[in-house]
Design a protein around this ligand. Structure first.
Ligand SMILES: [Zn+2]
Length: 288
């Protein structure tokens, strides 16, 4: 039984520019795992899934955390707007039998995906529902940030479906469909179910990690509006957040040094009473 619970993932994702929500359903995610407990090593890679659902984030979360007999299902939910929700910091049940799959730091042995891989469940019905550009962009941003954090390569990713023979298991089709992916990246399908071709996914992870500019920071003389977002649910290690909106239109989560810098200047606007934390974060969606 491993002892590693990835309690830092929310901070890792936010620092990479991802939006992350927590609420009363996700509560306790930092201690949550399948019966085997935490990971015994840093996850070898990120497994990409679709939820095969057609509902709202809370219903997805309730199933993944409470409703399913195999709960917890997956480590993160990525909702249709591109917001992540933490499900389990320890190992989760979602891979089932499959593998082995080779990653840069080692091999995920036969049927060990639940304890060796980190699972992102992307909200989608899997039979043709559009994946929004915001959702796809967040999936790549999050996958890359987590792989870098754990010392993996950006292409240490795997589809749940065996697909072209290089994924995880022939029992599954996810993520699908390739034709439903919105935005500039257009993956080919690896089977008649429209499973995203794993080599296309790997290539795009690397491309985005190589060519994507870093999130913009302040430049001398540029006006910046600072907002403080107070979560409607206090959550874990997440009492309030500062967001900086620059006159150039760039948005990013402010880190402590920025707040210190700003506190020495005039703060044009501070919203200390955001009625709905999640809506607030979505209203200042990440801009590259
Ligand atoms: Zn899956």
């Amino acid at each position: 039984m491993g002892s590693y619970y990835a309690t830092e993932v929310v901070e890792i994702l936010k620092d990479a520019g991802c939006l992350v929500g927590e609420n009363e359903i996700t509560d306790g995610w930092w201690n949550r795992s399948r019966s085997s407990g935490g990971f015994d090593i840093y996850p070898l890679g990120v497994a990409w899934h679709h939820t095969a659902s057609s509902t709202n984030p809370n219903n997805d979360l309730d199933y993944m955390i409470n409703g399913s007999p195999d709960a917890p299902i997956g480590n993160l939910l990525l909702d249709r707007t591109g917001m992540f929700w933490p499900v389990a910091a320890g190992c989760a049940n979602t891979q089932g039998k499959g593998g082995p799959v080779t990653f840069s730091r080692g091999v995920c042995p036969l049927d060990q995906g639940n304890t060796k891989l980190w699972a992102i469940e992307i909200a989608n019905n899997g039979v043709g529902e559009a994946y929004s550009k915001e959702q796809i962009d967040a999936a790549f941003r999050g996958s890359n940030a987590l792989n870098l954090h754990w010392g993996n390569r950006l292409d240490d990713v795997v589809t749940h479906s065996l697909g072209s023979g290089d994924g995880y298991t022939s029992r599954k089709i996810d993520p699908a469909t390739s034709a439903a992916v919105q935005g500039s990246w257009q993956p080919n399908s690896s089977n008649s179910s429209g499973t995203w071709r794993l080599q296309d996914l790997k290539s795009e992870c690397v491309r985005r990690g190589t060519v994507s500019p870093p999130l913009p920071g302040p430049t001398p003389g540029e006006d910046v509006m600072l907002y403080i977002a107070v979560p409607k649910y206090p959550g874990h290690n997440n009492n309030s957040e500062w967001w900086a909106v620059f006159s150039s239109g760039a948005v990013r989560r402010a880190v402590n040094s920025d707040v210190t810098f700003a506190s020495l200047s005039n703060i044009p606007q501070v919203d200390q009473d955001s009625k709905d934390h999640d809506d607030f974060l979505r209203s200042i969606a990440i801009k590259p």
